[in-house]
Design a protein around this ligand. Structure first.
Ligand code: BG6
Length: 477
């Protein structure tokens, strides 16, 4: 069966600077959040909990993001591999602290800017369109330590300067931009997106929503600035999306599910796409004693800075129930929920649900009627290199095939879908666990959790499969 993807559909892959560039202290780069996150499961515990000190402790932990997979030095080889697969688009982020090492300087680092010029020029050689995330979990460390991260309103001005600098510099090279990666993940994992560890568990929601408000203003200003500086630019928001299913038909559970979906999936989208805080948030703020400081002009800025398209990551759905026992929760899904008896999970406990992607696309398009792009999706899995050097990742091919089929169904449903970039098109460091062994790529990188490995690149079986998918515009799955 073939699917009606657009002729100029943007097929490609996705990465983030902190997870693959390496070169953490080269080229004048300052430290950022990812540089102080330990590798291994110790990281997961930090994400939501208070009290992280943002210090490097090499005696007790490893720091895999420091070396990443060394894209910083190997970008030509890697981009050639993406070109061989036929990528039309490559999603990457700019590391803010390569451009402004501390985040609050007046003048940017020329060396940092020149690095991304080289990357964009290399992509242009192969007609690969860059899709650039402006902030992907990599707040400069100085802004975290000296200012308290996005809780502090001053970050809006520092972000403005960063954004204006990169728009001016890359205006002839980059058309597609995303402001904040998975912006709605903030209340679950404030550390990642907002760059702070909550002062206490009780303060987590108050501080997170305040930080989010600052990001809404910063994002809206970026959209306006981008349109001024780069005519024809397309600037999107980026959500972590998981449709929320009610565990059963008990109306109390259905209502609870609906509110969970509103808060998690739609709150940020409503602000960034519709340009206003949604109707249901006042009651939630009131009942949870959350008071957001909003300055004069903020709401107007938000109104005038709505995004051109919506991008999102899709890994899993979430099943919800009003009353849950301790046993039912914490099954591994990063964003919570109870176990869905109809779904299997990945080795990391993330429930695999291709139909959930079709549901997500329909929910988002139905609500917002804006073009959509799936900018992350994929299977984190252990890969084995066989004695003959081959890597037979059929499980990854199956996962991707089923998800792409459901995307095709959504297009048939009438959804305006403009692109798909699968996550970690080349193996990289996992964000939530800081592991190399959680692999997503079409390209294998010889690098391991204990730090060993040559960093050599090898094509997996999925490499040729994805190449055919792109060649046939999704016709041959
Ligand atoms: C998304 C992030 O949450 O999921 C990526 O935007 C991340 O940065 C991806 O890598 C997969 O998660 P993980 O924890 O398996 O790397």
């Amino acid at each position: 069966m073939s699917y009606p993807f657009k002729e100029d559909f943007l097929w490609g892959g996705a990465t983030a600077a902190n997870q693959f560039e390496g070169g953490f202290n080269e080229g004048g780069k300052g430290l950022n959040l990812a540089d102080v996150l330990p590798g291994g499961k110790a990281r997961l515990k930090l994400l939501a909990s208070p009290g992280f000190d943002f210090e490097i402790d090499e005696a007790n932990y490893s720091y895999p993001n420091h070396e990443g997979i060394d894209f910083y030095h190997r970008y030509k080889e890697d981009i050639a591999l993406f070109a061989e697969m036929g990528f039309k688009v490559f999603r990457m982020s700019i590391a803010w602290s390569r451009i402004f090492p501390n985040g609050d300087e007046i003048e940017p680092s020329e060396e940092g800017l020149a690095f991304y010029d080289r990357v964009f020029d290399e992509l242009a050689k192969y007609n690969i369109e860059p899709l650039v995330t402006i902030a992907h979990y990599e707040t400069p460390l100085h802004l975290i330590k000296a200012y308290g991260g996005w809780k502090n309103r001053q970050l809006i001005d520092f972000f403005d300067r960063y954004v204006e600098t990169i728009f001016m510099r890359y205006k002839d090279k980059v058309t597609y931009w995303l402001t904040f990666n998975e912006i709605n993940g903030a209340t679950h994992m404030p550390l990642f997106g907002l760059g702070f560890s909550p002062s206490s568990e009780e303060a987590r929601m108050q501080e997170s929503f305040q930080g989010l408000h600052h990001q809404f203003v910063a994002s809206a200003r970026a959209v306006q600035k981008g349109h001024e500086i780069i005519p024809g630019s397309q600037i999107g928001c980026m959500l972590i999306y998981a449709p929320v299913y009610s565990y059963d038909s008990n109306p109390d559970n259905v209502m609870h599910t609906r509110r969970e979906a509103d808060l998690f999936n739609f709150f940020c989208g409503d602000v960034q796409v519709r340009g206003e805080y949604p109707y249901f948030i006042d009651r939630y703020f009131e009942e949870n004693d959350i008071k957001i400081e909003v300055e004069e002009g903020d709401l107007e800025t938000i109104k005038n800075g709505t995004v051109d398209f919506i991008s999102f990551s899709y890994y899993m759905s979430r099943t919800d129930k009003k009353e849950k026992t301790q046993e039912e929760i914490g099954q591994g899904n990063l964003i919570g929920g109870v176990k869905n008896p109809f779904l299997k999970a990945s080795d990391w406990g993330w429930e695999i649900d291709p139909v959930g992607l079709r549901i997500s696309l329909n929910e988002l398009y139905g609500r917002y009627r804006k073009p959509l792009m799936v900018v992350e999706n994929g299977l984190g899995a252990y890969d084995e290199v066989e004695a003959d050097g081959s890597i037979n990742d059929d499980y990854r091919i199956d996962y991707l095939r089923e998800h792409i089929k459901q995307m095709g169904e959504a297009v048939k449903d009438g959804v305006d879908l403009i692109g798909y970039t699968s996550w970690g098109c080349i193996d990289l460091v996992s964000a939530s666990t800081g592991e190399y062994s959680k692999r997503y790529g079409f390209v294998y990188v010889d690098k391991h959790d204990d730090g060993s490995g040559t960093l050599e690149r090898k094509k997996k079986k999925s490499f040729d499969w994805y190449k055919k998918v792109i060649e046939s515009n999704g016709g041959q799955l």
